[in-house]
Design a protein around this ligand. Sequence first.
Ligand code: GSH
Length: 213
Amino acid sequence: MSLKFYHWPMSRGVTVHWMLEELGVPYETVLLDLRKQEHKTPEFLAINPMGKVPALEHDGAVITEVAAICCYLAEVFPQAGLAVPPGDPARGPYLKWLFFAAGCVEPALVDRLLARPEGPSGALGYGSLEAVLGAITRQLHDSGGPNLLGDRFTAADLLLSSLLRWATAMKILPEAPEIEAWLTRVEARPALQSSIRKNLEAMPQDEPVSEGS
Ligand SMILES: N[C@@H](CCC(=O)N[C@@H](CS)C(=O)NCC(=O)O)C(=O)O
């Protein structure tokens, strides 16, 4: 089994890195320095024609897109307990939160970060940042916690909380006490701590420390 992870420590790759640390399986990290355009070489464009990190190669198969990689890894390594398999009543909600993270939460956060003018929320697939945060808050409340789907921590928690940790670091997360309490609980996961430590070690020494780019 071989897992090759194309990564840069100040990128969305941090979410996949955390996921890999959760799995407890060996993987090789290939750092691509975005400042040197190492993600735009013909070799890497053959892996990800978008010229973006992260990307993953598993036994020769290439997977890109953070949400797809997390979903894929959770299913290929079920022993980590981060997937909800077909047939489980929580499968539908699990997929909903994975897609919601990528399709609604991320664009709403990026709009806020870039101070883009708000569009008509009925025409935008993701509505508004306030609406997506409201939906997450309600789910955390209705699930009874401590996670999105109740007792179990899944790849959907990992993906969504990773995005919201980044938003917190970028100071664009509006006040949301239930979400903040969830992020504090998530912070205690050993795999997240080990991922943070390894990313800090891989960080170029001349760069200010920040998560994401
Ligand atoms: N939708 C992609 C986004 C990946 C992405 O935008 N990565 C950024 C770093 S956070 C990147 O590689 N930017 C460099 C570039 O586009 O030139 C995913 O989920 O993987």
